[in-house]
Design a protein around this ligand. Structure first.
Ligand code: 4IP
Ligand code: ZN
Length: 153
């Protein structure tokens, strides 16, 4: 499948398993028409770490990591430009938080991913920030609390 966009970005752990830590990893991201894939590194010997089918994606928005962005490794003083990809896998919603190096790069990723999943994006409520014992955007104390912002859709 043809590569639409690829770059090194920082990702936040999605915590699909309940007892895994919140951490940030540098990964090589590749966007094709079918999927957003991330690898441990670029080049021939890269190993795939995860894959999100574009037809599972329903929300692509800028994000706020706030205080938590201080946990991002290497160049922690460097400014990062976070965005989020919301998707449904086997009936469960997940949010992948990514941080691009440049604001323009973030806008390009958002634009390209949206274009691929335009038929799935819903004008839904979402949380612009992350869950960290509460929703850090709106202080809601239940993880299932409905979103406090409206997605572009
Ligand atoms: C891992 O932490 C990595 O952050 C994984 O990201 C992440 O999986 C794991 O969360 C998390 O526990 P350790 O490396 O310290 O074990 P990556 O796959 O990029 O290595 P995600 O789902 O974010 O890919 P789980 O609970 O989602 O597995
Ligand atoms: Zn919120």
């Amino acid at each position: 499948d043809e590569v639409i966009r690829e770059a090194f970005m920082i990702k936040r752990s999605q915590n699909k398993k309940i007892f895994t830590p919140v951490n940030y990893k540098g990964r090589w991201f590749v966007l094709t028409r079918k999927a957003l894939i991330y690898y441990d590194t670029d080049g021939q010997k890269r190993k795939e770490r995860g894959r999100i089918p574009t037809d599972a994606i329903h929300t692509v928005e800028q994000a706020q990591l706030g205080e938590l962005s201080k946990q991002i490794p290497d160049g922690d003083n460097e400014k990062r430009y976070p965005f989020q990809v919301g998707y449904t896998e086997q009936g469960t919603d997940y949010t992948l938080y990514l941080a691009a190096r440049e604001h323009s790069e973030r806008l390009n990723w958002i634009h390209d991913i949206r274009k691929l999943c335009i038929s799935n994006t819903r004008r839904v409520q979402y949380h612009p920030a992350v869950w960290a014992r509460k929703w850090t955007c709106c202080d809601a104390e239940r993880r299932s609390a409905s979103g406090c912002a409206l997605a572009a859709g």
